[in-house]
Design a protein around this ligand. Structure first.
Ligand code: ADP
Length: 567
């Protein structure tokens, strides 16, 4: 063999070696690329698929298998997909598959999947159509698991809705029910409940439980908290989260096991709702019908909803405290007004009492004279009864006004309210030489209100009006109380105008009069009108002032009629 042949062989073998190492390198590069791609799919929760429409043949990437939670030995089919689709979304998905196989156009779709552990996933599918030379059609697409994004968006929308409800002042029951529903919408199969702690009795009271069986919520309403009282009673007692994955075996449920299992409830996780100062306000509980522990996502969700519930409950308690403070203030102001009236009330009571004594004496005089004049005695006795009635009516009004009673709304005839107030202010007006006129028509509609509070407002306006006329010539001291039926925007309202001919006020003072502590009187407190306005507004009405054309001022109250709509 020549050296040339040897060289050629050598060269060929080198070339072959080179070629095979290049091939191996390329293979390695391809494998790495595939590994990178798989890793990228895993990280972005985006799987890929191919679908030959004619044969129905489907191929999935590893990530797609993971998203649908099938093992790699499963041959992917449209049936496999439909098996995982949320029952509520199945019709749309079926329709989308049919339309894609007919139209053979790019498509995009979003739906929910229910996993074997009953957790819910949101997927977004995009597919591009490819046509081969033989006219065959294949879709190549991506399945994106958008659960996190979707949940965050749904939770955010839910939180926004709840915060709006809280800000709007919707009832606590409505807000708490909304909070339960937000959770249930995000954790399918869950049944949630909110119980509120009554610190005086240490009992948990029903707050909201839109999906739990009513017989169950009724049975646990009023539960006394303690170290071994199911999940909620214990969570509230220890101020700690209690996760009971299986009610059937957990000792905390010893006394309530049969009740819960009897209602098909198997797991219960309860979280205390804490105030900003760490006080237990209640519990937020999640029930499932199967044994179960919370996923990290559910734990996070529980934390968020519990926080919202605490805002709602605290806000309600703050409002209640404010209402109480306002009621106390109104009471103080009422007692102050009564204090101003003490002298005239004493006189008002004294007058009939004097008359009672006089009449009784007269009766005594009449009796001993042989045959008494029965007719005169009868008249005197009738007067005694009238006077005593007058005195006791005044005392009754004083007691009603001075009483610290909870607000109680009832159907009221405003003419009675005016009558009560005038009975109290009668002597005061006489002493001040003020003439009071009333014009209260028959058709003045009834209102729903607290009698004592409305008396307080009117008494305040009457007293202010009389005071404003102190410096006015006696003959011109006239106070008029006028009632009217009004219809505005289809709603019936009762209005009361209290008009005086006093000093009046400047137009720019109009709103300041209602500010707390605004007064122009040396001994004034400046709270009367502020409190009166808040009382009227709490009755759904308005209180405002207008300067008169001539001298003096007019104060106007408008209250919705008890029937509301105009007939
Ligand atoms: P106070 O009577 O203690 O001053 P109010 O809140 O009842 O407190 O009244 C606030 C102020 O409004 C009074 O000081 C007075 O300046 C003005 N005002 C109230 N009623 C009348 C009225 N009928 N005419 C003119 N000014 C009035």
């Amino acid at each position: 063999m020549s050296t040339n042949d040897d060289e050629a062989r050598l060269l060929r073998s080198v070339a072959l070696q080179n070629a095979s190492s290049i091939l191996m390198a390329r293979q390695r590069a391809e494998q790495r690329q595939e590994a990178f791609l798989a890793e990228a799919q895993r990280l972005s929760h985006t799987g890929s698929f191919g679908w030959r429409v004619a044969t129905g043949e489907i191929v999935w990437s590893d990530e797609t298998y993971r998203i649908f939670q099938y093992d790699r030995t499963t041959t992917p089919t449209a049936e496999c997909v439909l098996q995982r689709v949320h029952p509520e979304d199945t019709p749309q998905v079926k329709q989308a598959i049919e339309r894609a196989s007919q139209d053979r156009k790019d498509f995009e779709h979003e739906c929910r999947l229910v996993m074997p552990d009953s957790s819910v996933k949101y997927v977004h599918v995009v597919a591009h159509v490819l046509h081969d030379e033989s006219g065959g059609v294949e879709f190549v697409g991506a399945v994106m698991d958008v659960t996190e994004r979707k949940r965050a968006a749904v939770l955010l929308a839910g939180e926004k809705r709840l915060l709006e409800m809280i800000a709007r002042g919707d009832s606590r029951a409505l807000v708490l029910e909304g909070a339960c529903r937000v959770f249930e919408g995000l954790a399918s199969g869950s049944l949630s409940s909110i119980l509120l702690l009554d610190p005086k009795t240490n009992r948990l009271r029903h707050g909201a439980a839109p999906s739990l069986p009513i017989t169950y919520t009724e049975a646990i309403d009023g539960l006394v908290i303690g170290p071994c009282v199911g999940s909620c009673g214990t969570a509230a007692y220890r101020a700690e989260q209690m996760i009971v994955a299986d009610i059937a075996t957990d000792p905390l449920w010893a006394d309530y096991r049969d009740l819960a299992l009897g209602h098909g409830l198997r797991a219960c996780w309860s979280t205390p709702i804490l105030s900003s100062t760490g006080k237990v306000l209640g519990t937020f509980a999640i029930y499932y019908r199967e044994r179960r522990s919370p996923t990290p996502h559910e734990r996070e969700l529980i934390e968020q909803i519990t926080h919202l519930a605490s805002i709602a409950v605290e806000r309600e308690q703050a409002e209640e405290a404010l209402r109480q403070a306002q009621a106390d203030l109104a009471h103080v102001s009422r007692v102050t007004t009564m204090g101003e009236l003490t002298a005239s009330i004493a006189h008002e009571v004294n007058q009939p009492l004097t008359a009672v004594v006089n009449n009784a004496n007269a009766c005594l005089d009449l009796l001993p004279k042989g045959a008494p004049n029965v007719e005169e005695v009868r008249e005197a006795l009738a007067e005694i009864i009238d006077d005593a009635d007058r005195a006791s009516a005044v005392i009754l009004h004083v007691r009603q006004l001075a009483k610290r009673a909870p607000i109680e709304k009832s159907l009221l005839d405003l003419r009675d309210v005016v009558k009560d107030v005038l009975a109290l202010a009668r002597y005061e007006s006489a002493a001040r030489r003020v003439t009071i006129h009333t014009d209260l028509p028959e058709d003045l509609p009834s209102v729903s209100g607290d009698r004592v509070q409305l008396q307080q407002v009117l008494l305040n306006l009457v007293m202010n009006g009389m005071e404003a006329m102190n410096t006015v010539e006696e003959s011109k001291r006239v106070l008029t109380i006028c009632g009217r039926l009004e219809t505005r925007g289809g709603m019936r309202a009762a209005s009361l105008r209290v008009q005086d001919s006093g000093t009046g006020f400047k137009p720019e003072e109009m709103d300041r009069l209602f500010e707390a502590f605004y007064t122009t009187k040396p001994q004034g407190m400046g709270m009367g009108l502020a409190i009166s306005r808040s009382i009227i507004e709490a009755h759904g009405g308005r209180l405002w002032a207008e300067p008169n054309q001539g001298p003096g001022a007019t104060f106007l109250i408008s209250l919705p009629s008890a029937g509301h709509a105009a007939s």
